[in-house]
Design a protein around this ligand. Structure first.
Ligand SMILES: [Zn+2]
Length: 145
């Protein structure tokens, strides 16, 4: 490859990585920010008893592992996208497939986060679940306002 093509290729990847980063950030922040807001409610406002606290901790440990695995998958998908862009320099079949792969990874992460929210809700008493549900709605609609 001539130096000129290299420069363009690298600039293009940097640009798309930036776009992907913003996009990924947008996709992840709505999934994660409500979760952290919910954790605030769970850990500080709902007054969990010792049994609930222990169960919550087990749930958190499981989710931390799952989330880490999914974040690695997402990073790998984005690396494949960068490779495909470098190889095709356009909307070729590898780029299209890599974009789909990246969306799939993001979708899996969102689904896992939601499943985690439901898992946390399971350990709550009805009065706590009611407050938790209000926090879920508030967290999910915070951006829309
Ligand atoms: Zn949690």
């Amino acid at each position: 490859m001539r130096p000129g093509r290299w420069t363009i290729g690298i600039a293009l990847i940097a640009f798309l990585a930036g776009v992907a980063g913003v996009f990924t950030g947008r996709m992840l922040i709505p999934a994660r920010a409500p979760a952290s807001e919910l954790h605030e409610v769970l850990h500080h406002q709902l007054k969990l008893d010792a049994d609930q606290a222990a169960r919550l901790e087990a749930i958190e440990r499981q989710f931390a592992i799952r989330r880490h695995a999914l974040e690695l998958e997402l990073r790998a998908a984005n690396a494949r996208l960068a490779d495909a862009i470098q190889a095709e320099h356009g909307n070729g079949p590898r780029v299209v497939a890599a974009v789909d792969g990246s969306h799939t990874a993001m979708g899996e992460l969102q689904k896992a986060t939601l499943a985690h929210v439901f898992a946390m809700r399971q350990i709550l008493r009805p009065d706590q679940a009611e407050r938790f549900d209000r926090a879920v709605v508030k967290a999910l609609t915070a951006d829309a306002r």
